[in-house]
Design a protein around this ligand. Structure first.
Ligand SMILES: Nc1ncnc2c1ncn2[C@@H]1O[C@H](COP(=O)(O)OP(=O)(O)O)[C@@H](O)[C@H]1O
Ligand SMILES: [Mg+2]
Length: 304
């Protein structure tokens, strides 16, 4: 076997999903070999990975560099190929081949180790990220994706249980507050093609364009639901300003301006996104809400 799964990826598979993770991990080398063969690819360097995906640099038969991405099909990843096909390279990586049966994709090759996280000036990085979001969310969502309206309604169903579970009055207050915003917005959930996971590591340097988005977990909805990852990633730089609410709002306002969003709706959907994270944490057994999310909610409430 020519393909060795990086140990850190194996650990991550086991951490997130014991049994399924183990069998997925064991099957990965053979799966990669299969697509190298089917799509006539040659290995061209060391693999990269995130928490789930294995990405192999390859050359196509005509010598073009590409990247082979292998990941399990889940609710979140299922729409990735459809979203990339819809964007057709407009701010995103190009999709070259896809097999929906296994979730395997062949992508335009980008620089695996140069993401917006490596841009030292966070305001510049944020401006670039916001501009990608503006372009991506200009596209209407195609049929067949998860819909924000359904996700939001399911969140609201889970709020009472979470309120009964968390430990402190502050956390109960924030769960209810965020749920109130979502309840008001849920009748108008939007129809744009959303990336959902656009943080600094998911924008890579490219040759066709300087910066391109990768790794969507797409859904159809309001672009206000896209802002949270960029608000809480690179959090050290928020803390370093010494004024968390001001620094969060600075990021929020820059994105809202760049995307041309209504600030109140964007704030409401950001609170919805905070709620989504908090509900997941509670489901995973947390009894206290993540302080970063609460601090983002506190700041963004000023625009609601
Ligand atoms: N098109 C690409 N070209 C080069 N490297 C890539 C490409 N897509 C992903 N990578 C590398 O693989 C890593 C994981 O890919 P990503 O799609 O973000 O998966 P995950 O869902 O696991 O985060 C990226 O951080 C990057 O280093
Ligand atoms: Mg990623």
């Amino acid at each position: 076997m020519r393909i060795k799964v990086p140990e850190t990826l194996t650990e991550s598979h086991l951490k997130y999903d014991q049994d399924a993770g183990r069998s997925w991990n064991a099957a990965l080398p053979a799966l990669a070999e299969r697509y190298l063969d089917e799509w006539d690819l040659r290995l061209d360097g060391e693999p990269s990975h995130g928490i789930v995906a294995l990405v192999l640099p390859v050359l196509r038969s005509d010598g073009t560099p590409a990247a082979l991405k292998l990941q399990p099909v889940t609710d979140e990843t299922a729409g990735e190929a459809l979203a990339l096909r819809t964007w057709a390279g407009d701010g995103s990586v190009l999709l070259l081949e896809a097999d929906p049966a296994t979730g395997t994709m062949l992508l335009e090759r980008l620089a695996p180790d140069r993401s917006l996280s490596s841009v030292p000036d966070v305001t510049r990085a944020l401006g670039l990220l916001a501009d990608r979001l503006r372009r991506l969310s200009a596209h209407p969502a195609p049929e067949g994706l998860r819909r924000l309206g359904d996700i939001a309604r399911r969140m609201l169903d889970d709020v009472d249980g979470a309120v009964a579970t968390v430990y402190g009055e502050r956390d109960r207050y924030w769960l209810r507050w965020c749920a109130g915003a979502v309840a008001e917005l849920v009748p108008e959930p939007g129809d744009r093609l959303l990336h959902w996971d656009l943080h600094y590591d998911n924008v890579l340097a490219g040759a066709r364009e300087p910066w391109l988005a990768i790794d969507p977990k797409p859904l159809a909805g309001d672009p206000g639901f896209e802002l949270l990852p960029a608000l809480w990633n690179r959090w050290d730089e928020v803390l370093a300003t010494g004024d968390v609410p001001r620094a969060v709002l600075r990021r929020f306002d820059l994105m809202v301006d760049t995307l041309g969003l209504d600030p109140r709706r964007a704030a409401g959907w950001t609170l919805g996104r905070v709620l989504q994270n908090c509900l997941w944490d509670v489901k995973d057994g947390c009894l206290v809400l993540d302080d970063v999310h609460v601090r983002v909610a506190e700041a963004v409430r000023a625009r609601w």
